[in-house]
Design a protein around this ligand. Structure first.
Ligand SMILES: Cc1cc2nc3c(=O)[nH]c(=O)nc-3n(C[C@H](O)[C@H](O)[C@H](O)COP(=O)(O)OP(=O)(O)OC[C@H]3O[C@@H](n4cnc5c(N)ncnc54)[C@H](O)[C@@H]3O)c2cc1C
Length: 286
């Protein structure tokens, strides 16, 4: 099918882009990589009156070290993240996760701002935003504001943005870790995940000193499991830790059944992935 008729606006400044969205009275949509939006337009599941194309704004495409954070511009393509030495050295879990995003052609066009805004519950970059505790800088008619990732993802395919808001950049705090793992199962490589987990730990005097755990594919949004992180720091680390960790993780989620997998199967997968991830993390010598 072909999209319904729309007005195409390619602004050259953020202010002009926000103004075009505001003038559209809620009938405007941003076009970034188009990998999620264009199928929706073609199937006429989205019928915006105005399409505001960000692709002319090259200043929205960057990856830079900013103090203790890595800042990524909203228009940065998945492929640039995949090949960034800065991401590989400072955000290695993201570097591993991005390889699971779709296929080469899609990674060449898809952007981080588009992926976060689309808010698919089985997408890797929203999960990474939760895992790292990222903050998003958003420009709207009243200027710029910052939104924490935990407040950004509201529901499946739903974020907290107003229709005139544009995600400008995302800051990811750099985590210190002694071991990390990213595990995912999809039906075919590049498909959206059925279940996935990211884990990192810092060793403490008696076991785990700090932990970070995020999961996706098992709820309407990606989840950071803070109570599991805390529990991990309280238990003795021994040969039973991967099994205990898997139990903690699976008892924290209530997935839905859908056409791709039953709730029970997703939970089972997540448990196996959690066990595997913890084995990897603990195998790193302190
Ligand atoms: C076959 C296929 C398989 C895929 N598999 C995966 C996968 O395994 N994992 C995965 O994570 N993704 C997957 N994707 C999605 C892909 O990663 C998309 O690139 C991504 O979800 C959307 O990014 P985009 O830049 O293409 O956004 P677009 O499609 O241009 O936009 C998506 C939505 O975000 C809004 N938007 C875009 N940019 C901004 C902004 N800066 N501020 C505010 N709103 C904005 C748009 O208005 C639209 O509503 C797949 C896509 C396809 C077609």
């Amino acid at each position: 099918m072909k999209p319904a008729r729309f007005e195409y606006i390619p602004p050259t400044t953020l202010e002009a882009a926000v103004a075009a969205l505001a003038a559209a009275n809620g009938e405007g949509k941003i076009l970034a990589g188009g990998q999620s939006l264009l199928p929706l337009l073609n199937f006429r599941m989205a019928r915006p009156a105005v399409l505001v194309d960000l692709n002319g704004m090259k200043e929205l495409s960057f990856i830079e070290l900013r103090g203790e954070n890595v800042a990524i511009g909203a228009l940065t393509r998945h492929r640039e993240i995949e090949h960034s030495p800065l991401i590989a050295s400072r955000l290695p879990v993201m570097s591993a996760a991005i390889r699971h995003v779709a296929h080469l052609a899609i990674r060449n066009r898809g952007t981080i701002g588009g992926s976060l805004s689309h808010a698919d519950p089985a997408a890797e970059l929203p999960m990474m935003a939760m895992f790292y505790g990222a903050s998003l800088t958003v420009q709207g008619p009243a200027g710029r504001r910052t939104i924490a990732a935990k407040d950004f993802f509201v529901d499946a395919l739903t974020n907290c943005l107003e229709p005139e808001d544009i995600v400008v950049e995302i800051e990811f705090p750099i985590l210190q870790h002694d071991g990390w793992a990213f595990e995912e199962v999809a039906r075919r490589f590049g498909d959206f995940a059925l279940a996935s987990i990211a884990v990192s730990i810092r060793r403490g005097q008696f076991g785990v000193g700090e932990a970070r755990v995020a999961v996706m594919g098992v709820a309407d949004t990606p989840l950071r499991l803070e109570h599991v992180e805390q529990r991990l720091c309280e238990i003795a680390v021994d040969g039973r830790t991967p099994d205990r960790f898997a139990e903690m993780v699976t008892s924290s989620v209530s997935p839905n059944s859908d056409v791709h997998a039953s709730a029970e199967y997703r939970k089972h997968l997540l448990g196996e992935l959690a066990k595997r991830a913890m084995q990897t993390v603990l195998a790193v010598k302190g």
